[in-house]
Design a protein around this ligand. Structure first.
Ligand code: NAP
Length: 278
């Protein structure tokens, strides 16, 4: 049993809203470990100093959240190839020799969350429609392609961003114009919302689901609210749905393992503890 005190945390600006302390501290307690996970509000101009401080303070590492995910890569001694392809990191692991290694577990979190709700899910069962082309979209798209997705329809309000993202993937990813989003749902096996539309305080996603097969899984990266208006509409018409909480919980697992030496489980108790904070 580990008895050394291990510290980790999350750097962001602002960061007070982050659920990561609740997740990691739940696991520290659950697995009887000695350590703590804290919040580090780090201004953009102080990011480098803060990251260099990990070594001086003896932290095991930290998570990196908005707006630092891209910038933080510059200060790593090594970046995992998947994170390099994503162009962003969300986890830093300090090595025994002090070197800082960067990872991105968002895509892992998304795939695990789908599998948890839909154990028989496969990436190649049919067309996948992704709405949005920001950071979450990039992580999810990469992971889906790595899982064997063969046909992705990518749509974004600003088409040029979808075009740029699709260019990296060749023929498997087709960009569809945002104005065609209703028609893009025809024959789809999976619909994913990675836009901020439907998030607490934002207007809901403007899309008619009439052409979406009832068998299609509908998932949303958003977790506040747990059931977005999109997921509510999908559930009412009979589609299986997956909310964004699983992605949030599962992305935390590899980081916790790297810092604390235990691959933690997403249990109903953890889920309830985090839902209570939403
Ligand atoms: P981002 O990089 O800022 O991307 C935002 C996306 O939303 C862009 O595609 C943007 O399109 C689109 N958008 C914004 N306003 C829109 C509107 N009025 N109509 C249509 N599209 C609109 O953000 P992100 O980091 O990818 O995050 C996106 C969502 O995923 C957020 O709600 C976030 O909470 C969630 N997320 C969840 C997890 C998790 O663990 N569950 C992890 C990461 C992110 P334009 O390019 O046209 O602006």
């Amino acid at each position: 049993m580990q008895n050394q005190f291990i510290m980790a945390g999350v750097m962001g600006w602002p960061v007070a809203h982050s659920r990561s302390p609740a997740i990691h501290n739940h696991w520290i307690q659950h697995y009887g470990l000695t350590g703590a996970y804290g919040l580090f509000p780090v201004k953009p101009q102080e990011l480098e100093t803060a990251i260099r401080g990990l070594q001086a303070l003896g932290l095991a590492g930290c998570n990196i959240t908005i707006p630092h995910k891209v910038e933080a890569m510059k200060f790593m001694d090594w970046v995992d190839p998947l994170a390099q392809r994503m162009g962003a990191i969300n986890t830093i692991v300090r090595q025994p020799d002090g070197a800082l290694h960067g990872f991105n577990n968002d895509g892992f979190g998304y795939i695990q969350s789908l599998r948890e709700e839909q154990p028989t899910w496969r990436a190649d069962t049919g067309p996948i429609v992704i709405l949005g082309a920001g950071g979450a979209s990039r992580a999810i798209l990469l992971s889906l392609m790595d899982e064997g997705a063969t046909e992705v329809r990518l749509l974004n309000r600003t088409r040029s961003k979808a075009d740029a993202l699709a260019e990296e993937f060749g023929s498997g990813v087709t960009v569809v114009d945002w104005s065609e989003r209703q028609n893009a749902l025809s024959g789809a096996a999976l619909l994913i919302n990675t836009t901020s539309q439907g998030m607490h305080g934002q207007s809901s996603l403007d899309i008619d689901l009439a052409q979406l097969p009832i068998s299609a899984v509908v998932s949303d990266a958003i977790y506040i609210p747990l059931e977005t208006p999109l997921l509510a509409r999908a559930r009412l018409r009979g589609n299986p749905t997956v909310n964004g909480l699983g992605m949030l919980l599962h992305q935390a697992r590899p980081a916790f393992q790297a810092w604390f030496g235990v691959m933690p489980e997403v249990t109903p108790a953890l889920r309830q503890a985090i839902i209570a904070t939403l």
